[in-house]
Design a protein around this ligand. Structure first.
Ligand SMILES: C[S@@+](CC[C@H](N)C(=O)[O-])C[C@H]1O[C@@H](n2cnc3c(N)ncnc32)[C@H](O)[C@@H]1O
Length: 214
């Protein structure tokens, strides 16, 4: 999946993945990830997610990484903030209050300091299988040894529909040695996504994991 694929989706405003409300998994489970900590949180492939606000309001400095300048511009415009910008070769940093968005390719971004926490909703599942493995490798390289994160995936019959979003199973995840995936919730959300039902899917599980670096 090339960067142009996503840049064009943003240009054409084909952003059906974007939610206007905070994801339920964040409000339900984040306390199990970060308890009372106010340490920084990494949000890879963040789009213009409103979940960034929730994490900041909970006291975390938030660092999102996103390819699309349109997504980032819209994030700050919709928030009503005029971010400071800093350009550094292929990467542009945008910052307002405690949210810093890094405009660049996640695979080419190397944070100065590793993160203790991360939040992934629709990032891993945005990538095909070959890239998912690279994504997890790069994510690990951005994390401290005792880090943890919240991961939201989808599972469906990949024979019936092509991604993105791609189906990611527990079996695929548990093949990783350096990460432990503890399933916190799994529910069929097909009725909430009528366009997926039209593709002939019989089920669409949204699965929530607490991920721990081991
Ligand atoms: C499915 S969307 C999910 C966005 C966000 N996590 C959300 O929940 O709304 C995936 C996002 O990742 C971005 N993206 C895809 N590949 C990327 C990469 N290599 N580096 C940074 N961002 C990327 C896309 O532009 C898109 O905004």
């Amino acid at each position: 999946m090339k960067p142009d694929f996503w840049l064009e989706r943003w240009e054409r405003e084909e952003i059906g993945f974007h939610r206007t409300s905070i994801h339920w998994a964040l409000t339900t489970y984040w306390h199990q990830i970060a308890a009372n900590s106010h340490a920084p949180v990494l949000v890879p492939l963040c789009g213009k997610s409103v979940d960034l606000h929730w994490l900041m309001l909970r006291g975390h400095p938030v660092v999102g990484i996103e390819l699309s300048p349109k997504a980032i511009t819209e994030f700050f415009t919709e928030w009503g903030r005029n971010p400071e910008q800093e350009r550094n070769s292929t990467i542009t940093y945008w910052q307002a209050e405690n949210i810093r968005l890094v405009q660049g390719d996640f695979f080419e971004v190397y944070p100065d300091k590793p993160f203790q926490y991360f939040y992934d909703r629709a990032a891993l599942i945005a990538l095909p299988a070959t890239m998912r493995s690279q994504y997890l490798d790069h994510l690990i390289s951005c994390l401290t040894t005792r880090s943890s994160g919240l991961l939201v995936t989808l599972e469906y019959d990949q024979q019936k529909m092509d991604g993105p979003p791609f189906s990611v199973t527990h079996a695929e995840l548990s093949g990783r040695n350096e990460l432990y995936f503890d399933q916190l919730a799994r529910r069929d959300v097909l009725a909430e996504y009528s366009h997926f039902a039209k593709q002939g899917l019989d089920y669409l599980f949204e699965t929530i994991y607490r991920v721990t670096r081991i």
